[in-house]
Design a protein around this ligand. Structure first.
Ligand code: NAD
Ligand code: 89Y
Length: 342
Protein backbone atom coordinates (compact mmCIF):
# COMPACT_ATOMS: atom_id res chain seq x y z
CA UNK A 1 0.00 0.00 0.00
CA UNK A 2 1.29 3.46 -0.90
CA UNK A 3 1.29 5.58 2.24
CA UNK A 4 1.03 9.35 2.42
CA UNK A 5 4.09 10.76 4.15
CA UNK A 6 3.51 13.34 6.86
CA UNK A 7 5.40 15.26 9.51
CA UNK A 8 4.30 16.62 12.85
CA UNK A 9 5.39 20.05 14.11
CA UNK A 10 5.32 20.70 17.87
CA UNK A 11 6.15 17.86 20.28
CA UNK A 12 4.38 19.16 23.38
CA UNK A 13 1.48 18.00 25.55
CA UNK A 14 -1.26 17.38 22.98
CA UNK A 15 1.02 16.09 20.18
CA UNK A 16 1.15 12.57 21.69
CA UNK A 17 -2.55 12.21 20.90
CA UNK A 18 -1.91 13.35 17.33
CA UNK A 19 0.87 10.80 16.78
CA UNK A 20 -1.02 7.92 18.36
CA UNK A 21 -4.08 8.85 16.31
CA UNK A 22 -2.03 8.91 13.08
CA UNK A 23 -0.90 5.37 13.88
CA UNK A 24 -4.56 4.24 13.67
CA UNK A 25 -4.73 5.26 10.00
CA UNK A 26 -3.45 2.69 7.50
CA UNK A 27 -2.61 4.81 4.48
CA UNK A 28 -0.48 7.35 6.37
CA UNK A 29 2.98 7.36 7.92
CA UNK A 30 4.39 10.16 10.06
CA UNK A 31 8.03 10.05 8.99
CA UNK A 32 9.32 13.11 10.88
CA UNK A 33 8.75 15.25 13.93
CA UNK A 34 9.97 18.78 14.48
CA UNK A 35 10.25 20.96 17.60
CA UNK A 36 12.30 24.07 18.29
CA UNK A 37 13.48 22.11 21.30
CA UNK A 38 15.42 19.23 19.70
CA UNK A 39 15.35 17.22 22.94
CA UNK A 40 11.57 17.09 22.71
CA UNK A 41 11.71 16.12 19.04
CA UNK A 42 14.25 13.37 19.74
CA UNK A 43 12.17 12.04 22.61
CA UNK A 44 9.12 11.81 20.34
CA UNK A 45 11.17 10.15 17.61
CA UNK A 46 12.31 7.47 20.05
CA UNK A 47 9.04 7.02 21.93
CA UNK A 48 6.84 6.78 18.83
CA UNK A 49 9.36 5.12 16.48
CA UNK A 50 9.49 7.97 13.96
CA UNK A 51 12.28 7.98 11.33
CA UNK A 52 13.54 11.58 11.59
CA UNK A 53 13.59 14.48 14.04
CA UNK A 54 14.33 18.17 13.37
CA UNK A 55 14.45 21.53 15.09
CA UNK A 56 13.93 23.50 11.87
CA UNK A 57 10.81 23.31 9.72
CA UNK A 58 12.61 24.58 6.62
CA UNK A 59 15.39 22.00 6.93
CA UNK A 60 12.83 19.24 7.38
CA UNK A 61 10.89 20.29 4.28
CA UNK A 62 14.06 20.65 2.20
CA UNK A 63 15.25 17.16 3.26
CA UNK A 64 12.04 15.16 2.91
CA UNK A 65 9.31 14.73 0.31
CA UNK A 66 6.28 15.38 2.50
CA UNK A 67 2.64 15.02 1.43
CA UNK A 68 1.36 16.97 4.43
CA UNK A 69 2.20 18.50 7.78
CA UNK A 70 0.26 18.42 11.05
CA UNK A 71 0.90 21.51 13.21
CA UNK A 72 0.40 21.06 16.98
CA UNK A 73 1.86 24.32 18.29
CA UNK A 74 0.14 27.16 20.16
CA UNK A 75 -1.68 29.95 18.31
CA UNK A 76 0.96 32.73 18.45
CA UNK A 77 3.35 30.59 16.34
CA UNK A 78 0.88 29.85 13.54
CA UNK A 79 1.42 32.80 11.18
CA UNK A 80 5.18 32.25 10.91
CA UNK A 81 4.85 28.49 10.56
CA UNK A 82 2.15 28.85 7.90
CA UNK A 83 4.24 31.36 5.92
CA UNK A 84 6.88 28.63 5.51
CA UNK A 85 4.48 25.75 4.83
CA UNK A 86 2.30 27.62 2.33
CA UNK A 87 5.39 28.84 0.52
CA UNK A 88 6.40 25.20 -0.02
CA UNK A 89 2.76 24.35 -0.92
CA UNK A 90 2.51 21.72 1.82
CA UNK A 91 -1.03 20.69 2.73
CA UNK A 92 -1.54 21.58 6.36
CA UNK A 93 -3.70 20.59 9.27
CA UNK A 94 -3.29 23.03 12.15
CA UNK A 95 -4.50 23.00 15.75
CA UNK A 96 -6.99 25.49 17.20
CA UNK A 97 -7.05 28.32 18.12
CA UNK A 98 -6.10 29.03 14.51
CA UNK A 99 -4.70 32.45 15.55
CA UNK A 100 -4.83 34.93 18.44
CA UNK A 101 -6.31 37.60 16.14
CA UNK A 102 -8.53 37.71 13.09
CA UNK A 103 -6.13 39.76 10.93
CA UNK A 104 -3.40 37.09 11.10
CA UNK A 105 -5.95 34.30 10.59
CA UNK A 106 -7.12 36.00 7.37
CA UNK A 107 -3.49 36.42 6.28
CA UNK A 108 -2.91 32.68 6.73
CA UNK A 109 -6.05 31.81 4.74
CA UNK A 110 -4.95 34.12 1.90
CA UNK A 111 -1.45 32.63 1.79
CA UNK A 112 -2.85 29.13 1.27
CA UNK A 113 -5.42 30.41 -1.23
CA UNK A 114 -2.70 32.17 -3.24
CA UNK A 115 -0.59 28.99 -3.27
CA UNK A 116 -3.60 26.71 -3.98
CA UNK A 117 -2.79 24.56 -0.96
CA UNK A 118 -5.18 22.77 1.41
CA UNK A 119 -5.46 24.20 4.91
CA UNK A 120 -7.60 22.60 7.59
CA UNK A 121 -8.05 23.67 11.18
CA UNK A 122 -7.94 20.67 13.51
CA UNK A 123 -11.39 21.46 14.95
CA UNK A 124 -11.96 18.08 16.54
CA UNK A 125 -15.05 18.59 18.73
CA UNK A 126 -17.46 18.15 15.82
CA UNK A 127 -15.71 14.83 15.10
CA UNK A 128 -16.46 13.39 18.53
CA UNK A 129 -18.54 10.21 18.25
CA UNK A 130 -21.47 11.39 20.45
CA UNK A 131 -21.63 14.69 18.57
CA UNK A 132 -21.58 13.04 15.14
CA UNK A 133 -24.28 10.67 16.38
CA UNK A 134 -26.71 13.44 17.38
CA UNK A 135 -26.10 15.20 14.06
CA UNK A 136 -27.03 11.95 12.25
CA UNK A 137 -30.10 11.33 14.45
CA UNK A 138 -31.44 14.85 13.81
CA UNK A 139 -31.28 14.09 10.10
CA UNK A 140 -32.43 10.43 10.07
CA UNK A 141 -35.39 11.17 12.40
CA UNK A 142 -36.28 14.25 10.38
CA UNK A 143 -36.40 16.49 13.45
CA UNK A 144 -36.49 19.45 11.06
CA UNK A 145 -35.26 22.98 11.37
CA UNK A 146 -33.36 23.67 14.63
CA UNK A 147 -34.95 26.38 16.79
CA UNK A 148 -32.84 26.34 19.97
CA UNK A 149 -29.59 24.84 21.18
CA UNK A 150 -27.77 24.78 24.51
CA UNK A 151 -24.12 23.79 24.25
CA UNK A 152 -22.24 23.44 27.53
CA UNK A 153 -18.72 22.56 28.63
CA UNK A 154 -18.59 22.90 32.42
CA UNK A 155 -16.24 21.16 34.83
CA UNK A 156 -13.87 21.80 37.74
CA UNK A 157 -11.18 19.25 36.95
CA UNK A 158 -7.65 20.78 36.95
CA UNK A 159 -6.63 18.15 34.42
CA UNK A 160 -8.41 20.46 31.97
CA UNK A 161 -5.56 23.00 32.28
CA UNK A 162 -2.58 21.84 34.36
CA UNK A 163 -0.94 20.23 31.34
CA UNK A 164 -1.32 23.48 29.41
CA UNK A 165 0.44 26.05 31.67
CA UNK A 166 0.44 28.73 28.90
CA UNK A 167 -3.31 29.10 29.55
CA UNK A 168 -2.79 30.78 32.96
CA UNK A 169 -1.25 33.94 31.54
CA UNK A 170 -3.63 34.55 28.63
CA UNK A 171 -5.70 37.73 28.99
CA UNK A 172 -8.27 35.95 26.83
CA UNK A 173 -8.59 32.39 28.08
CA UNK A 174 -11.67 30.21 28.02
CA UNK A 175 -13.50 31.60 24.99
CA UNK A 176 -10.34 31.32 22.86
CA UNK A 177 -9.35 27.92 24.21
CA UNK A 178 -12.71 26.14 24.50
CA UNK A 179 -15.31 28.64 23.24
CA UNK A 180 -13.79 28.25 19.77
CA UNK A 181 -14.84 24.56 19.78
CA UNK A 182 -18.31 25.34 21.13
CA UNK A 183 -18.95 28.15 18.64
CA UNK A 184 -17.95 25.76 15.87
CA UNK A 185 -20.53 23.31 17.24
CA UNK A 186 -23.21 26.02 17.32
CA UNK A 187 -22.53 26.64 13.61
CA UNK A 188 -22.43 22.89 12.91
CA UNK A 189 -25.93 22.40 14.34
CA UNK A 190 -27.61 25.78 13.87
CA UNK A 191 -25.86 27.41 10.91
CA UNK A 192 -23.86 30.64 10.84
CA UNK A 193 -24.38 33.33 13.43
CA UNK A 194 -25.79 36.83 12.95
CA UNK A 195 -24.96 38.44 16.31
CA UNK A 196 -24.06 37.55 19.87
CA UNK A 197 -23.92 38.79 23.46
CA UNK A 198 -21.46 37.48 26.06
CA UNK A 199 -20.98 37.71 29.82
CA UNK A 200 -17.62 36.60 31.28
CA UNK A 201 -16.58 35.74 34.83
CA UNK A 202 -13.30 34.99 36.54
CA UNK A 203 -13.74 32.56 39.42
CA UNK A 204 -10.11 31.38 39.63
CA UNK A 205 -7.47 34.03 40.23
CA UNK A 206 -4.67 31.76 38.97
CA UNK A 207 -5.91 32.78 35.53
CA UNK A 208 -5.54 36.25 34.03
CA UNK A 209 -8.42 35.73 31.65
CA UNK A 210 -12.04 34.65 31.97
CA UNK A 211 -12.66 31.21 33.46
CA UNK A 212 -16.41 31.16 32.71
CA UNK A 213 -18.51 32.60 29.91
CA UNK A 214 -22.12 32.57 28.78
CA UNK A 215 -23.04 33.61 25.25
CA UNK A 216 -26.41 34.15 23.60
CA UNK A 217 -26.31 33.74 19.82
CA UNK A 218 -28.81 34.68 17.12
CA UNK A 219 -28.30 32.49 14.06
CA UNK A 220 -28.91 33.67 10.51
CA UNK A 221 -31.64 31.04 10.02
CA UNK A 222 -33.60 32.30 13.04
CA UNK A 223 -32.37 29.78 15.64
CA UNK A 224 -31.02 30.82 19.03
CA UNK A 225 -28.17 29.22 21.02
CA UNK A 226 -26.87 29.49 24.55
CA UNK A 227 -23.21 28.49 24.68
CA UNK A 228 -21.46 28.33 28.02
CA UNK A 229 -18.32 27.00 29.66
CA UNK A 230 -16.75 27.01 33.09
CA UNK A 231 -13.77 25.55 34.93
CA UNK A 232 -15.49 26.09 38.30
CA UNK A 233 -18.54 23.89 37.93
CA UNK A 234 -18.60 21.48 40.87
CA UNK A 235 -20.53 18.30 40.10
CA UNK A 236 -20.13 14.67 40.92
CA UNK A 237 -19.06 13.01 38.71
CA UNK A 238 -17.06 15.89 37.26
CA UNK A 239 -18.12 16.53 33.65
CA UNK A 240 -14.66 17.07 32.06
CA UNK A 241 -14.29 16.75 29.05
CA UNK A 242 -17.82 16.18 27.89
CA UNK A 243 -19.78 18.72 25.89
CA UNK A 244 -23.44 18.45 26.84
CA UNK A 245 -25.94 19.48 24.21
CA UNK A 246 -29.66 20.02 23.95
CA UNK A 247 -31.25 20.83 20.60
CA UNK A 248 -34.91 21.62 19.95
CA UNK A 249 -36.14 21.37 16.37
CA UNK A 250 -39.49 21.83 14.63
CA UNK A 251 -40.51 18.15 14.99
CA UNK A 252 -38.69 17.04 18.12
CA UNK A 253 -35.71 17.42 20.43
CA UNK A 254 -32.47 15.67 21.21
CA UNK A 255 -30.28 15.72 24.34
CA UNK A 256 -26.69 14.58 24.75
CA UNK A 257 -26.19 14.07 28.48
CA UNK A 258 -23.29 13.01 30.67
CA UNK A 259 -21.70 9.66 29.77
CA UNK A 260 -22.75 9.82 26.12
CA UNK A 261 -26.44 9.20 26.85
CA UNK A 262 -28.65 10.47 24.07
CA UNK A 263 -32.42 10.96 24.34
CA UNK A 264 -34.50 11.70 21.27
CA UNK A 265 -38.00 13.10 21.77
CA UNK A 266 -40.50 12.89 18.91
CA UNK A 267 -44.26 12.41 18.69
CA UNK A 268 -44.78 11.94 22.44
CA UNK A 269 -42.16 9.20 22.51
CA UNK A 270 -38.61 9.15 23.77
CA UNK A 271 -35.87 6.86 22.49
CA UNK A 272 -32.48 6.31 24.14
CA UNK A 273 -29.15 5.88 22.41
CA UNK A 274 -25.57 5.59 23.54
CA UNK A 275 -22.57 6.91 21.63
CA UNK A 276 -19.41 5.86 23.42
CA UNK A 277 -16.10 6.68 21.74
CA UNK A 278 -14.08 3.81 20.23
CA UNK A 279 -11.85 2.44 22.93
CA UNK A 280 -8.41 2.60 21.28
CA UNK A 281 -5.66 1.11 23.46
CA UNK A 282 -4.08 4.52 24.13
CA UNK A 283 -7.18 6.44 25.16
CA UNK A 284 -8.37 6.86 28.73
CA UNK A 285 -10.94 8.80 30.73
CA UNK A 286 -11.59 11.69 31.07
CA UNK A 287 -9.98 12.53 27.71
CA UNK A 288 -11.48 9.58 25.79
CA UNK A 289 -13.90 11.33 23.45
CA UNK A 290 -11.41 14.11 22.72
CA UNK A 291 -8.61 11.61 22.01
CA UNK A 292 -10.83 9.51 19.78
CA UNK A 293 -11.97 12.55 17.83
CA UNK A 294 -8.36 13.24 16.84
CA UNK A 295 -8.43 10.03 14.76
CA UNK A 296 -11.71 11.09 13.11
CA UNK A 297 -10.35 14.58 12.42
CA UNK A 298 -7.15 13.20 10.85
CA UNK A 299 -9.27 10.88 8.68
CA UNK A 300 -11.30 13.81 7.41
CA UNK A 301 -8.10 15.71 6.56
CA UNK A 302 -6.62 12.74 4.66
CA UNK A 303 -9.90 12.15 2.80
CA UNK A 304 -9.91 15.81 1.78
CA UNK A 305 -6.30 15.53 0.52
CA UNK A 306 -6.93 12.35 -1.46
CA UNK A 307 -10.09 13.75 -3.07
CA UNK A 308 -8.66 17.24 -3.40
CA UNK A 309 -11.71 18.62 -1.57
CA UNK A 310 -12.00 21.58 0.78
CA UNK A 311 -12.18 20.21 4.36
CA UNK A 312 -15.35 20.96 6.35
CA UNK A 313 -13.25 22.90 8.87
CA UNK A 314 -11.02 24.66 6.33
CA UNK A 315 -9.09 27.75 7.41
CA UNK A 316 -11.69 29.86 5.62
CA UNK A 317 -14.56 28.16 7.42
CA UNK A 318 -12.84 28.54 10.79
CA UNK A 319 -12.61 32.32 10.34
CA UNK A 320 -16.33 32.48 11.16
CA UNK A 321 -15.87 30.64 14.48
CA UNK A 322 -12.85 32.79 15.27
CA UNK A 323 -14.82 35.93 14.46
CA UNK A 324 -17.40 34.79 17.05
CA UNK A 325 -14.61 34.41 19.63
CA UNK A 326 -13.36 37.98 19.20
CA UNK A 327 -16.91 39.32 18.96
CA UNK A 328 -17.55 37.74 22.35
CA UNK A 329 -14.70 39.66 23.92
CA UNK A 330 -15.93 42.90 22.30
CA UNK A 331 -19.42 42.16 23.61
CA UNK A 332 -18.21 41.60 27.15
CA UNK A 333 -15.95 44.69 27.16
CA UNK A 334 -18.68 46.95 25.70
CA UNK A 335 -21.74 45.25 27.24
CA UNK A 336 -23.27 45.26 23.74
CA UNK A 337 -24.73 42.82 21.27
CA UNK A 338 -22.13 42.41 18.48
CA UNK A 339 -23.03 41.98 14.82
CA UNK A 340 -20.95 39.47 12.88
CA UNK A 341 -19.65 40.45 9.45
CA UNK A 342 -18.40 37.21 7.86
P1 NAD B 1 2.78 22.81 24.09
O1 NAD B 1 3.24 24.17 24.46
O2 NAD B 1 2.85 21.72 25.11
O3 NAD B 1 3.57 22.29 22.81
C1 NAD B 1 3.85 23.09 21.71
C2 NAD B 1 5.23 22.71 21.18
O4 NAD B 1 5.42 23.39 19.94
C3 NAD B 1 6.39 23.12 22.09
O5 NAD B 1 7.16 21.97 22.40
C4 NAD B 1 7.16 24.15 21.28
O6 NAD B 1 8.56 24.06 21.48
C5 NAD B 1 6.79 23.73 19.86
N1 NAD B 1 6.97 24.82 18.86
C6 NAD B 1 6.56 26.11 18.95
N2 NAD B 1 6.90 26.79 17.83
C7 NAD B 1 7.52 25.91 17.02
C8 NAD B 1 8.10 26.01 15.73
N3 NAD B 1 8.12 27.15 15.06
N4 NAD B 1 8.67 24.91 15.19
C9 NAD B 1 8.67 23.73 15.88
N5 NAD B 1 8.14 23.58 17.10
C10 NAD B 1 7.57 24.65 17.67
O7 NAD B 1 1.28 22.97 23.55
P2 NAD B 1 0.09 21.90 23.60
O8 NAD B 1 -0.54 21.92 24.93
O9 NAD B 1 0.55 20.61 23.03
O10 NAD B 1 -0.95 22.59 22.60
C11 NAD B 1 -0.71 22.72 21.24
C12 NAD B 1 -1.98 23.21 20.57
O11 NAD B 1 -2.98 22.19 20.71
C13 NAD B 1 -2.58 24.47 21.23
O12 NAD B 1 -2.97 25.37 20.23
C14 NAD B 1 -3.78 23.95 22.02
O13 NAD B 1 -4.85 24.88 22.11
C15 NAD B 1 -4.18 22.77 21.20
N6 NAD B 1 -4.94 21.76 21.96
C16 NAD B 1 -6.04 21.27 21.36
C17 NAD B 1 -6.83 20.33 22.00
C18 NAD B 1 -8.04 19.82 21.28
O14 NAD B 1 -8.82 19.06 21.80
N7 NAD B 1 -8.23 20.20 20.04
C19 NAD B 1 -6.50 19.91 23.30
C20 NAD B 1 -5.33 20.42 23.87
C21 NAD B 1 -4.55 21.34 23.19
O1 89Y C 1 -7.39 23.13 25.31
C1 89Y C 1 -8.66 22.55 25.46
C2 89Y C 1 -9.19 21.94 24.25
O2 89Y C 1 -9.01 22.36 23.14
O3 89Y C 1 -9.91 20.84 24.57
C3 89Y C 1 -9.85 20.57 25.95
C4 89Y C 1 -8.69 21.41 26.44
O4 89Y C 1 -7.49 20.66 26.38
C5 89Y C 1 -8.79 21.89 27.86
O5 89Y C 1 -10.07 22.13 28.26
Amino acid sequence: MIKLKGALIGCGFFASNHILAWKEINNVEIIAVCDLNIKKANLFKKRYKIKYSYDSITLMIEDLALDFVDVVTTMETHLNICKILSNYRISTSIQKPFSDNLVDAKKIVNLYKKNKTILMVHENFRWQTPIMKIKKLISSHKLGKPIYSKISFRHSNPVGYINQPYLYKLKKYLILDVGIHLYDLSRFFMGNAKNLFTVNQNTNKKFKGETNFTTLINHKDGGVSIVDASISSIKKPDRFAQTLISIECQNGSIDLDYNYKITLHKKNKKTFYSAKPINYKWISKPWDQIQESVVNTHKHFIKSLINNRIPDTSGKDNLRSLEMVFASYSSFYSNKNIKLKL
